[in-house]
Design a protein around this ligand. Structure first.
Ligand code: THU
Length: 131
């Protein structure tokens, strides 16, 4: 079972490492992997703006490098009101399974919005048939 408090805490902590000098919009994301481990990532911006990396994708890259390929939930901490993952990150996350998406406001973390990834990306590109 997902330990939501621990997952959110990991997203809160990694958000503090966000490198976002251009947007000043810090994002932290934490994945709950199938084996119960938590892997986190923050957004990493670049002076060549399009090269900036979202927190969700940073977390996915780290998790895959550690050998994780199925995610059960993702927690995202950012903004005065909770933000949902961008379209690109929805597609990247879906590669590793449908999952709970828990979006938490930064600051006092008082607002929590919950979704299923599939609902956020209806008709997303599905490579399953090619595998
Ligand atoms: N960002 C994320 O890290 N995740 C999202 O889901 C939306 C946007 C980052 C990208 C950029 O560094 C900053 O937030 C502002 O767009």
């Amino acid at each position: 079972m997902v330990d939501e408090a621990a997952l959110i805490q990991a997203a809160v902590e990694v958000r503090q490492k966000s490198y976002s000098p251009y947007s000043r919009f810090a994002v932290g994301a934490a994945l709950w992997c199938e084996d119960g481990s938590i892997v986190a990532g923050c957004n990493v911006e670049n002076g060549s703006f399009p090269l900036s990396l979202c927190a969700e994708r940073a977390a996915v890259a780290t998790a895959v490098g550690l050998g994780h390929r199925r995610f059960v939930a993702v927690a995202i901490v950012a903004g005065d009101a909770p933000v949902t993952p961008c379209g690109g990150c929805r597609q990247v996350l879906l590669e590793f399974g449908d999952m709970d998406v828990i979006c938490i406001s930064a600051g006092d973390h008082s607002r929590v919005d919950r979704y299923r990834l599939r609902d956020l990306l209806p008709h997303g590109f599905d490579l399953e048939e090619l595998r």
